[in-house]
Design a protein around this ligand. Structure first.
Ligand code: HEC
Length: 203
């Protein structure tokens, strides 16, 4: 090679190494392999019946199916049914994959799905609105598999009961996650005495 060619070559080589754009997540490249690996027995073009009409191995079909039942709401990970089902305790009735029917997603896989939804769920060149990832400390207390505190019945002073998972206690507020995935900040003073006692047990 002539010196000039070599310089040009090195230039290209270096710029290739330096310019490393942060690549956004993409369904086909980053999400589909996870869902095909763990869910294809029941949600693929091949499986006898694509349960609930979900074909994770077919991005075009899946994109059309995303809005139904809020399966994927771009930007809104905690309201997206896909995220809710993969973060349910593995032994709960509506967890995905169903109890005894395969491995749950790992924490990293769950984060990847969460991040993809937050980035607007890019798929087939389309992207919806972006959302926000939870702050790191809130993220750590998210009840992901393995670290999951159990869902419990919480009662308020008026005697009303809700089923929710305690994520953490912040001063005079209990941070509860409702069954649908919504996060609820409940003033501890409004909880019944039994429920307040349940909080103390957690400390
Ligand atoms: C053994 C079969 C099986 C496996 C494996 C499985 N699912 Fe499902 N899934 C179902 C069935 C059956 C339904 C429908 C349940 C119902 O309607 O009550 C369903 C429903 C769903 C729904 C709700 C769709 C809706 O609109 O109601 C989501 C989301 C889902 N599955 C995601 C997953 C994911 C993600 C995986 C892999 C981690 C997975 N499933 C693995 C059987 C399975």
């Amino acid at each position: 090679m002539k010196p000039r060619t070599i310089t040009a070559f090195i230039g290209i080589f270096l710029s290739g190494a330096v310019i490393q754009p942060v690549v956004a997540l993409d369904y086909k490249r980053d999400i589909m392999p996870i869902l095909v690996k763990k869910c294809s027995d029941c949600h693929s073009t091949d499986s006898k019946k694509a349960k609930a009409g979900l074909r994770f191995d077919d991005p075009v079909s899946f994109q059309k199916r995303m809005p139904k039942n809020d399966t994927v709401l771009p930007g809104d990970w905690d309201a997206s049914l896909l995220f809710i089902t993969i973060t349910r305790p593995h032994d709960s009735d509506d967890a995905m994959p169903p109890k005894g029917k395969g491995d749950s997603l790992s924490k990293d896989e769950i984060r990847t799905v969460q991040k993809w939804i937050t980035e607007g769920a890019p798929i087939n060149g389309d992207r919806g609105k972006r959302g926000k990832m939870p702050a790191e400390d809130a993220q750590d207390s998210l009840d992901l598999p393995g670290t999951k505190p159990k869902e419990q019945a919480w009662k308020n002073k008026a005697g009303k009961t809700i089923m929710a998972t305690l994520l953490k206690v912040e001063k005079d507020v209990a941070v509860l996650r409702l069954r649908g995935g919504r996060i609820y900040r409940y003033p501890i003073a409004n909880l019944s005495e039994e429920s307040q006692a349940m909080l103390k047990k957690k400390d």
